[in-house]
Design a protein around this ligand. Structure first.
Ligand SMILES: C[S@@+](CC[C@H](N)C(=O)[O-])C[C@H]1O[C@@H](n2cnc3c(N)ncnc32)[C@H](O)[C@@H]1O
Length: 222
């Protein structure tokens, strides 16, 4: 199953299991939002890559109500859910793939959550370079991402630990099965590699201010 097919099939039920499937939900998304303050500038225009149902975009809008948002996703039904969620927010919705040209900058921030790991590693690196190009100087890129452990054995252990926690939290069998189907399209990369790719793309102040098993927040400043 492709990533797009997986999200199209679950767009209307996607939100209900988020907290169960992301055991560190509050610190994970909360850290991503906190990183926007490190830009040391007003956050007026923000690009959200793989916005899905608008979960992260809504948090950005709440923390920076003066910002205008541009949301990109390749799945129409996911983008439609974000449109419903963000009523009243100054937002533009772009049905596009990460392979397409990014909307013209400059953006004060580019954010993404749980989306870029669907790309092959080369495409991830290419996207990081293109993100740097649409950021204003000093602008910030924050990627709240699903990451691989350092070795395949450690990764298998990390996934087993995640599954135990998720099952114990009471996520339904249906929601876990849907997540499992979507995860067949995942191409997660280790944190260290991704931090190096950010540096290669010209980012400074590169760091991973949060990591809890499969979930990490990666950031860099142009
Ligand atoms: C797991 S969801 C995350 C949504 C949201 N950012 C959140 O935190 O809940 C990933 C989203 O990225 C989108 N996506 C994945 N690969 C993409 C690509 N190559 N181009 C555009 N969107 C993509 C999917 O359609 C999906 O809506």
């Amino acid at each position: 199953m492709s990533a797009a097919d997986g999200f199209a099939a679950t767009a209307t039920t996607y939100d209900r299991a988020r907290r169960g499937l992301i055991p560190c939900f509050d610190r994970f998304y909360g850290t991503a939002i906190d990183q926007l303050d490190t830009a040391g500038r007003p956050i007026r225009r923000v690009l959200d890559l793989g916005a899905g149902t608008g979960l992260l975009a809504a948090m950005v809008a709440s923390a920076h109500p003066e910002a205008s948002l541009v949301l990109i996703d390749e799945v129409p039904d996911m983008l439609e859910q974000s449109r419903l969620r963000l009523v009243g927010v100054d937002a533009e919705y772009v049905l596009a793939s990460f392979a397409d040209d990014l909307p013209a900058g400059p953006f004060d921030a580019v954010v993404s959550a749980l989306a870029i790991h669907h790309l092959q590693d080369r495409a991830k690196q290419d996207l990081m370079c293109r993100i740097a190009n649409v950021l204003t100087p000093g602008g910030i890129f924050v990627n709240a991402e699903q990451v691989a452990a350092a070795t395949p054995d450690l990764d298998a252990h990390q996934i087993a630990c995640w599954r135990r926690t998720v099952v114990a939290s009471g996520v339904s069998a249906d929601d876990l099965a849907a997540a499992d189907r979507r995860m067949t399209a995942d191409i997660c990369a280790p944190v260290e590699a991704q931090l190096n790719w950010l540096r290669d793309a010209g980012f400074i102040d590169v760091d991973a201010p949060f990591r809890d098993g499969r979930f990490a927040v990666l950031r860099g400043r142009r």
